[in-house]
Design a protein around this ligand. Sequence first.
Ligand code: 5GP
Ligand code: MG
Length: 480
Amino acid sequence: MQLKKGIDKMQLIQGTGKLHEECGVFGIYNNDSHDVARLTYYSLYALQHRGQESAGIAVNNGNTILYHKDMGLVPEVFNEVVINYLKGDIAIGHVRYSTTGESFRENAQPMVIKCRGGQIALAHNGNLVNAAEIRNRLEEEGAIFQSTNDSEVILNLISRYWISSSTIEEAIQKMMKDVRGSYSLVLLMPGVLIGVRDPFGIRPLCIGKLDNSYIIASESCALDVIGAEFIRDVEPGEIVLIDKNGLKSVKTGNGGKTSLCIFEFIYFARPDSTIDGASVHISRYEAGRLLAREHPVDADLVIAAPDSGVTAAMGFSAESGIPYGQGLLKNRYVGRTFIQPDQGQREIGVMLKFNPMKSVIRGKRLVMIDDSIVRSTTSRRIIQMLKNAGAKEVHMRVSSPPVKYPCYFGVDIPSRKQLVASAYSVEEIREMIGADSLGYLSLEGLLKTPLGAKCGFCSACFDGKYPMEIPADAGKFSCG
Ligand code: 5GP
Ligand code: MG
């Protein structure tokens, strides 16, 4: 096959820089006798899939904010001594996977600052598209920044607006008028826990209750783990303030157009979470069923690229009547392939992570399901493995459409060059990954899968239709 369109195949396969990023946020306002840092720790554990690079917790202790954050997984960053030190009545926490190449401690969250209005700790999931522009303006006015992430821009704006506002919610509303992009925030101040979701609702955020204590979390699975009850999602554009008087909501308008990231349903979120009224598990299962209808194939066994393809593979199997089997074993002690910031390590990562079950797949015609193909490294390696292990045929089915456009809202794809589908046709990709056939779920089909969802979706990575204008320097600063 002739490789064309000015993209070097090796560059695509090996790539440069980082590809994806997400973050998880959590907050709790204690009205009982809970150990807030410990509960935050458990919930961050449940949100670990959203970020494995750094973790942090901040608590309000009297009128002081105590915090601890560091690079690493939740159990690496925290131990008994640290949790015992973090005594307080309100806590927020964050797990992060970075973008823009900066993976150092200054960028770990929560960010804790002191300003005229008082102390604030912030945890942010999302990405502002106009952070560079705002930051330049603030720097020209003499502002100093300690990190390279866009969350510090949010804090800077809040601090400024707080001077001329009578309440913190007024300052937050002014900040929301300046920033554009995705942000699900939790903020901690002495006496108050605040949750904020951007007007498009691009990233998820929900409210829960444990006894009389309020919780705000990226995903409902973080509530389940501590036995808290799901109350509702934070609405797009909503500011939720929790203090000794209970919960207060301030709604800011956006004309009602919402754009929850559809990739949350495809990949990011945990299948046991429910977002904006739709179950992630059911959505993935439906995607598998639709995929079987859109791209049927004669085969002996349906297998999944674990774990991200498992739910869709079960749906594919149910719809097609082809039995589902475990064709690849996943080493549970290896994190996501993308933990390694460097592509060379990522390649080894795939082999470290998966091993084919020879006795299951030998001589079989397989349908292999994965949730997405981004660069194509994963599928190429897996198909090679399956064939080496004796699979007769490997038909790849993908439970989302071809990823063709970069995301500026928290899935950091630095350039279209790294997206295999932006330059190659389905047939060319099939050949590159060595599959006997390849079929992607249609966008039309995908958008039907979050059954019962009470929101619209952003599907810009598939169709290039961004919910807002994207400045040329978008993504220069980001947090996750
Ligand atoms: P690729 O085609 O780039 O080699 O990788 C595709 C695989 O990466 C799929 O199995 C999918 O589950 C996973 N993936 C897709 N998007 C993301 C992301 O944003 N972050 C991480 N860590 N993995 C992703
Ligand atoms: Mg995967």
